[in-house]
Every structure is written in structure tokens, then in C-alpha cells.
Design a protein around this ligand. Structure first.
Ligand code: PLP
Length: 352
């Protein structure tokens, strides 16, 4: 017997690289190219270091309250975590404790599989159809819970509210988690379905549409009962998950709704323009409703374009995985950044 026999062995999630170079164009982890709301910068300057002496509010009350007002739900229906990764990880631990496999798409956020392995939750993947859509009938088999992003990552494909409801309706005896990390870029949220279904949990994040990936703020909204169970697990794990600066700065971000609508609207406009140009350059892609485009070129291999971009300080995401190895996931940056990318591609593709 060695001590290593008792180790929980896991294959960790691999996040996109985070190079810090002066002149890079970073389109690989779906961050927002614009800064957080101006009120956030003002508050950063005013933060009192003396406040760091104390533990933060373990219930993140100010954030819960402003989110409850913003989304028109009770504070008891909201749970805040350190990024939606933390929220989803807690939700896996809380809700997925059956013997039946949980279900998620074969092409999706790769962290789901990692959490399932970490917590030893049996799981099964369901193949997306050839247009990268979920097949609701796949989610009619016996299961211990369901999770999928809407819009999906890395495809950007949005499912209609009818499809989402069909899946929830067919699975009233398990928890269905809809990961809405990208819903603010033109999608239709499942939040209104909460009135009908107490087994639905909707997860959102400040990392993409609210320009705050660096502060790590995520939250979910569900029935009061579900949120109570989630809090029981969280308070059995670590009471003070979210630090004080993130709590107060997060509130400030929600307050400025005009700014939020402004930056998400700009990203959507840029996305639609970039779609047209990519098509002209010979790329094909599913129609994205997120802040990225999942594109492949008609003739040039994905890996090759990925490397060429990288050598020129333009970072996009590429996976050597079944079904998606020819694709690049390109985050929508500023118009200027996208123009640099597009003119590089134009020259590069003309030469290859
Ligand atoms: C980015 C992302 C998350 C995690 O975001 P956080 O930064 O942890 O809030 C969760 N789900 C999907 C599908 C994502 O793309």
C-alpha cells in the first residue's frame, strides 16, 4: 500500500491559455473586449483597504438582492458563487447523487465531464445532430439529471425555449441545469419557465457579458427549495467563497444597465458583421448567438490556421477532439481587433 493509492486521481479541465502580451489579440476565452461599467472603476478607486480585515458576507446579500430586483425573483431563489464554474460544481455535488447517469451533449463545455469524474457521478453524452442542435428525444431516457449550455459552447447554437421546455417537461423527477453563460448576446432565457418547473436551475455569469471574468462572479436562479439545498452544501464546504471586493463591484456592474445593454449590443453587431466577412473568406459555421463564432475553413485545416494566427499573436481556441478538430472558436473582440484578424486571414488564405 502506497499513499498514492488513496489519492483522488482526476484529469483536470484545461482552460484556454492566458498569455499577457502587450500587442496580442486575445480571442480565445470569450472574455469581453470592453471594460466593466464606469461605476466599477470609480468604486475600485474608493475601496477601503480596512474593510479587507473582516470576513465577507457569506450570503453575498447585496449581490443577491440586486440580482433579485433585476430578474424579478425572490432573493431566496438566488445563489451566488465564484464564477459559474463554482456554481455548477456545487450544483453537481448537490443535485446529481443518483445511480443513473446524468446526460449532457457530446460537444459541449468540457468541464461537465471533469466534474462528473471528480465527484464520481455516472454520465452519458448525447450526440448533437449534424447541425449541432440538441435532439430532445435523447433526453427521454432514464437519467439522474441533465445539464446543457444555451447557447451551447463551443458551437454558439441557441435552442428555442420550446426545446428547452420539452426537455424539462420530460424530466420532472430530476434536476435540469441550463447553463446560460452566453444568453445575453441575443438568446431567450429559460428564467420565465421557473414559474412552472421547480426542477429547473438557470446558471448565468458576469464573466462574459458583464466584462468581469477577473472578479469571478456567477449565480443561479431556481426554486427556493433547490437554493436551500445548494446553500446547505456550500456552507458544508466553504462559507466565505466570494471575496468582499467582488461582492461590491458586482453590485455596481448590475446597477448600470444601459452600459450592459450597450456593450452586449456592440458585440452582437460586430458578430453579425464578422459572420459576413468569414463567409466571404470561405468559412462555414453554425449561426452563433453567443460572443464567439465556431468556424471551419472549406479547404485549410483548423490546426494550421490556429498555429498561423498564434504565431502572429492572435489567439483563438482550437481542440484536437473528435467532430470538432477542423473548427476554430473565435471570440468576438472589438471591431478593430476583428478587422486585424480578418485582414490577416485574407492574406494568409490567399497565400495557402
Ligand atoms: C465560460 C463558461 C462558464 C464559466 O464561466 P465562469 O467564468 O466560471 O463564470 C460556464 N459555462 C460555460 C458554457 C462557459 O462557456
Amino acid at each position: 500500500m502506497k499513499w498514492e493509492d488513496n489519492v483522488r486521481k482526476v484529469v483536470p479541465y484545461v482552460a484556454g491559455e492566458q498569455p499577457r502580451k502587450a500587442k496580442m489579440i486575445k480571442l480565445n476565452t470569450n472574455e469581453c473586449p470592453y471594460p466593466p461599467a464606469p461605476g466599477v472603476a470609480e468604486l475600485v478607486a474608493k475601496l477601503d483597504c480596512g474593510d479587507l480585515r473582516l470576513y465577507p458576507d457569506s450570503h453575498t446579500t447585496p449581490l443577491v438582492n440586486i440580482l433579485s430586483e433585476y430578474y424579478g425573483v425572490k432573493p431566496e431563489q438566488i445563489f451566488v458563487g465564484v464564477g459559474s464554474d463554482d456554481v455548477i460544481s456545487m450544483a453537481f455535488m448537490t443535485f446529481f447523487n443518483g445511480d443513473r447517469p446524468i446526460l449532457f451533449p457530446d460537444v459541449t463545455y468540457s468541464f461537465y465531464e471533469v466534474w462528473a469524474e471528480l465527484y464520481r457521478i455516472p454520465y452519458k453524452t448525447c450526440a448533437l445532430d449534424e447541425d449541432w442542435h440538441l435532439r430532445p428525444e435523447d433526453y427521454r431516457q432514464p437519467n439522474g439529471g441533465i445539464i446543457f449550455p444555451n447557447p451551447n459552447a463551443p458551437t454558439g447554437v441557441l435552442e428555442s425555449l420550446e426545446t428547452v421546455e420539452k426537455i424539462i417537461q420530460a424530466n420532472r423527477d430530476v434536476v435540469v441545469i441550463v447553463d446560460e453563460a452566453y444568453i445575453d448576446f441575443g438568446g431567450v432565457s429559460a428564467l420565465p419557465l421557473l414559474e412552472k418547473y421547480d426542477n429547473l436551475l438557470v446558471v448565468q455569469t458576469f464573466s462574459k457579458s458583464r466584462a468581469m471574468a477577473g472578479l469571478r462572479i456567477g449565480f443561479c436562479i431556481g426554486s427556493e427549495k433547490m437554493i436551500r439545498y445548494l446553500n446547505d452544501v456550500k456552507f458544508s464546504f466553504n462559507s466565505y467563497t466570494m471575496n468582499y471586493p467582488s461582492q461590491v463591484l458586482g453590485v455596481e456592474a448590475v446597477r448600470d444597465d444601459a452600459y450592459f445593454k450597450g456593450i452586449t449590443g456592440r458585440i452582437v453587431n460586430t458578430r453579425e458583421r464578422v459572420k459576413g466577412r468569414l463567409r466571404e473568406l470561405g468559412f462555414t459555421f453554425p449561426d452563433s448567438r453567443a460572443n464567439f463564432i465556431f468556424a471551419r475553413h472549406k479547404t485549410v485545416p483548423g490546426e494550421q490556421i490556429f498555429q498561423a494566427l498564434r504565431e502572429n499573436n492572435i489567439y483563438v481556441r482550437h481542440w484536437n477532439k473528435p467532430r470538432i478538430s477542423e473548427y476554430l472558436r473565435i471570440t468576438i473582440g472589438t471591431d478593430e481587433e476583428m478587422d486585424t484578424l480578418l485582414s490577416f486571414l485574407e492574406n494568409y488564405l490567399a497565400a495557402s
